[in-house]
Design a protein around this ligand. Sequence first.
Ligand SMILES: *Cc1c(COP(=O)(O)O)cnc(C)c1O
Length: 372
Amino acid sequence: MVQANDFVKQWRDIGDDAHRVFEEVGASGWYVLGRSVAQFESALAIYWGLASVIGVASGLDALEISLRILGCRPGDRVLTTPLSAFATTLAILKLGAIPVFVDTDEQGLLDLDLCSGLLRRQPDIRFLLPVHLYGNPISSERLASLRDEFDLRIVEDCAQAIAATSNGKATGSVGQCGATSFYPTKNLGAMGDGGAILTNDAEFAAQARALRDYGQTAKYHHKYVGYNSRLDELQAALLHRVCLPRLDPWTQRRRAVARRYLADISNPHVRVLNVDTNAAPSWHLFPVFVRADWRDHLLMHLKVTGIGSGIHYPVAIPDQPGLAAGVFEMADECRKARALCASEISLPIHPYLTEQEVESVIQAINQWHPGS
Ligand SMILES: *Cc1c(COP(=O)(O)O)cnc(C)c1O
């Protein structure tokens, strides 16, 4: 069986180091927002090339707190994508703000031309929440020019895009804030929940540090009505000392697997991502797209061949039942995003895949005939 994610193999690799970290944190006698969190934040800021990283409890919280420090208030409209983890939209809704869904392009990335047209017609919209979906970065140049033309406040959802670059720039460096997640399946995953806010702005960073801890700026002095969204020492130490040192080799391995898939998947019924020449994705996921009425057939074929797969995502966010009662707007029909929801399959891509496993995935895809 080729696993979509292989945490058992990962534990065999990191287990000894993780035990050591557990021992150290335990012996330190300090378990939430301490030295390990501060050290991890500094190390990740250097790795990412940004001034500040603020650890929080989840990627969802990182998105919500980022929007809030950029001034997003109840009733404000936020342009965003219908094709992402539900958390992207949830962050907007939790603030009482209004998601405005704009269609994606064929790669599943928010269509910035459509955004530009809408912003021209509705210049009162000030917030944008794009997602670097599958780890494939949206063009940093186009995002920056949209930001400048319309004076936008941008939170980049980098939950899938740690280490991805566009025109040599890390994701998260165009928006005033970026948000990432340390959910276990993510490229830099903890053994539990966690997330981080990324910013170059010292003022935003200070506000985020207060907001994650009940809004206090000094012990028992609450300047804001904040959150309990603290990162704990164990997760931070594990991320800093066990996972972060492995992130470069892990990313290289993901990229090598992606290169093989891109080069060797040759089934005419299977479309792969078309990646910009100046983009270096982090390959959080490796999506392929087939005709909607053939998807179940391919899913079954992969299952009987022993290959794990996923769907990211089966339902466009505005079509989720949880949004039926919610307040949101559709800038357009989001036809492309809905079509991708009906046709996407994610193939196994993780750092512990062997060459043989990669080979068997390629063979399974190339041997597939719809309807046979
Ligand atoms: C995982 C993910 C999130 C949410 O992160 P959590 O840590 O699970 O809250 C947000 N956006 C995207 C694109 C994600 O993949």
